[in-house]
Design a protein around this ligand. Structure first.
Ligand SMILES: Nc1ncnc2c1ncn2[C@@H]1O[C@H](COP(=O)(O)OP(=O)(O)O)[C@@H](O)[C@H]1O
Ligand SMILES: [Mg+2]
Length: 234
């Protein structure tokens, strides 16, 4: 579903990403780990076609994102650390707006409430102004937008930073549910605990290189932490 082939990005004299090869299949929750500056955001931005690769290819459903910018964007939903919503509109109005932008014009109010229900946002909250939302609630609206768009690929950049443990747990469970419905998920995170809990694979990056990839079922929490520290400390 998502594939990087020798994907590289060089800024002046910084190699932000060095020949990345990675595959994320449907039903995978692939967690990218690594210290600040390791190249996680660059990887996500290359898949989003926000930045141009210096070499190699980023493919979504077999299509190169540079050659097929519009088509590949149709499949993708993006959740950054702060989901951008219109503060003065309600969650419902935001969802209506963003799903219309994505080209879906046939949904009824009940359909939208069903999306909110799926992400665990109550009707009364969906009708409140986003300005009064917690960060966890804004992230849920982001997922509701992804559901309404029927996104097959979800790219997330540190979506749980700053969430309390309960909100973070709910968010992770939501991602696992989306994956079980066939979504391919690539997420940059610093949360080793959540990566182990809700990820199917973790990739550890250091200085633009993917140093190792492991299936989360093959290791415990303590082992993942040890691998992580060994990898980023060289
Ligand atoms: N627009 C840019 N111009 C120059 N250097 C950049 C730019 N974006 C990222 N970098 C550099 O690329 C490297 C990887 O950054 P990034 O992908 O943001 O890492 P991460 O998300 O893992 O913290 C860092 O050294 C960063 O300083
Ligand atoms: Mg980053």
């Amino acid at each position: 579903m998502l594939k990087a082939v020798d994907l590289s990005k060089i800024y002046d004299d910084v190699t932000a990403l060095d020949s990345l090869n990675l595959t994320v299949s449907a039903e995978d929750v692939y967690c990218l780990l690594g210290a600040n500056g390791a190249g996680k955001t660059t990887t996500i931005n290359l898949f989003l076609n926000f930045v141009q690769p210096s070499g190699g290819n980023a493919l979504i459903k077999g299509l190169d994102v540079v050659a097929h910018p519009l088509e590949t964007k149709k499949y993708v939903a993006y959740i950054p650390e702060q989901v951008n919503l219109y503060r003065n509109l309600s969650g419902m109005e935001n969802l209506e707006y963003f799903s219309a932008l994505a080209g879906n014009k046939d949904y009824t109010k009940e359909d939208f409430f069903a999306f909110f229900d799926e992400v665990g946002l109550r009707r009364v909250d969906a009708e409140r102004r986003v300005a009064d939302y917690s960060k966890g609630m804004r992230q849920k609206v982001g997922i509701a937008v992804a559901l309404a768009k029927k996104a097959e690929v979800l790219l997330l950049d540190e979506p749980t930073s700053g969430l309390d443990p309960k909100a973070s747990n709910e968010f992770s469970r939501l991602l696992a549910k989306l994956a079980s419905h066939g979504c391919a998920i690539l997420m940059a995170t610093h949360d080793l605990f959540r990566a182990k809990e809700s990820g199917t694979k973790v990739g550890i990056m250091n200085a633009g290189r993917l140093m190792m990839e492991v299936a989360t079922e093959d290791l415990g929490h303590a082992e993942l932490e040890r691998l992580y520290l060994e990898t980023i400390e060289g």
